[in-house]
Design a binder for this molecule. Structure first.
Ligand SMILES: [Fe+2]
Length: 395
């Protein structure tokens, strides 16, 4: 693709990456504050890590308060509750330990604690008046990239809304990326989060905002997921695959920070708002149809995706190589023991989903504009494994 636009690139987050970097938590948190609100999951599946967190901070005379109430698709009411706790306990920094939901919650709590208003007002556009509390992100999954982005996704069940929104103040101050923390992750979560990372990488690579640096990050992330996700799912103790998937998640997160996501995430968030589905799976199951919709906007890039995912593209013309990209994604989805279509996740045709997708400007990052009828075709093409966007639109 012709690259003609100026671009800037800025990641304010300090990254500590490597096996056992979690052990350095206490020392690395010196200077952030005297009492941390540690945010993690309601099911306490990560409670051993939370306890270690408390121990490591205590060694540096840093007190802690625990908020283990996060569930998938965190809501504004959960965030407001966390902020009230941080205020009443006098916490002066926040740690998010877990997957994207825990880190997104931590981002939003760090804002709501100082703003002292309903976080939904911020989601709806109210400007920040205070500097958020310092934030430390410790991912235990490899997928959302939230540890290096300015985005948080927050749900409002009453309004049936799920909004991703970003502010530069949302970047974590510090992210500890320790692949050992992902070794115990169940294979189903490994698969779903890994496919989220792939979707970030492919979408960032093909949006209107892609730039030469985000392309480099996205290309590497696509290749890492294609080469390592199967091993991470079926051989979770394999440290090389865990390391590479965490690296892929981080690189794809950096890519979307600058190039954004596109229609798979627009549709995925809308479906998630209505059906409360798993984020990574929902966007990944929509991705092949979106790739087919976009394929002819940039043959070279889609041909390159095919090559990066291991398709035999030598000697193929760019058009023929590009056509293999969506099937390469379908093969990977089919190999990692997850639902292979939206209908298997309980998603049905739904007017509210279409209303949410079709809001003006929500196709702005995509190289090809999309109207309500296009979103309808994209969802229809993702409902069954026998369907595709191409089949829907050529019948
Ligand atoms: Fe995502």
């Amino acid at each position: 693709m012709e690259q003609i636009a100026d671009f800037k690139f800025d990641i304010p987050t300090r990254i500590e990456f490597g096996n056992q970097v979690f052990k350095k938590l206490g020392k690395l948190c010196r200077g952030y504050g005297n009492k941390a609100l540690v945010i993690s999951y309601k099911d306490r599946s990560l409670h051993a890590f939370v306890e270690e967190c408390v121990f490591l901070l205590k060694a540096e005379n840093i007190a802690t308060c625990l908020f283990e109430e996060v569930e998938a698709n965190p809501t504004h009411t959960l965030i407001n509750k966390g902020a009230e706790l941080a205020c009443s306990e006098g916490c002066d920094f926040v740690i998010g330990l877990g997957g994207g939901s825990a880190i997104d919650t931590a981002k939003a709590v760090s804002v709501a604690t100082v703003e002292k208003i309903d976080i939904w007002e911020i989601v709806e556009g109210k400007e920040l008046t205070q500097t958020p509390l310092p934030l430390v992100a410790i991912p235990t999954t490899s997928g959302t990239g939230s540890e290096v982005t300015q985005y948080a996704v927050i749900s409002n069940r009453e309004l049936k809304r799920k909004e991703g929104f970003g502010k530069k103040e949302f970047y974590p101050h510090l992210s500890l990326l320790d692949p050992y923390l992902t070794v115990g992750m169940p294979s189903s979560i490994t698969a779903a989060t890994g496919l989220d990372a792939l979707t970030h990488a492919i979408e960032a690579y093909t949006t209107r905002l892609a730039n030469p640096l985000s392309d480099l990050l996205a290309e590497k992330a696509i290749q890492l997921v294609a080469d390592n996700l199967r091993t991470a799912v079926y051989s979770g103790q394999n440290m090389q695959s865990r390391y590479n998937m965490m690296l892929a998640s981080m690189l794809a997160g950096m890519a979307i920070t600058h190039a954004d996501t596109s229609l798979a995430h627009v549709i995925g968030e809308a479906i998630g708002a209505v059906f409360n589905t798993n984020h990574g799976l929902t966007v990944a199951l929509t991705l092949p149809a979106v790739m087919e919709y976009n394929c002819f906007t940039n043959l070279d890039k889609f041909a390159n995706i095919s090559a990066l995912m291991g398709e035999a593209v030598n000697h193929l013309a760019p058009r023929d190589a590009a056509l293999l990209a969506s099937s390469a994604v379908r093969k990977l989805i089919g190999d990692v023991n997850v639902p292979t279509c939206l209908a298997e996740m309980g998603v049905k045709r739904d007017e509210t989903v279409l209303d949410l997708c079709s809001r003006p400007g929500w196709d702005a990052t995509n190289l090809r504009s999309a109207k309500r009828a296009d979103f309808q075709d994209l969802i229809e093409g993702s409902l069954s494994p026998e369907l595709s966007y191409w089949k829907i639109t050529t019948k």
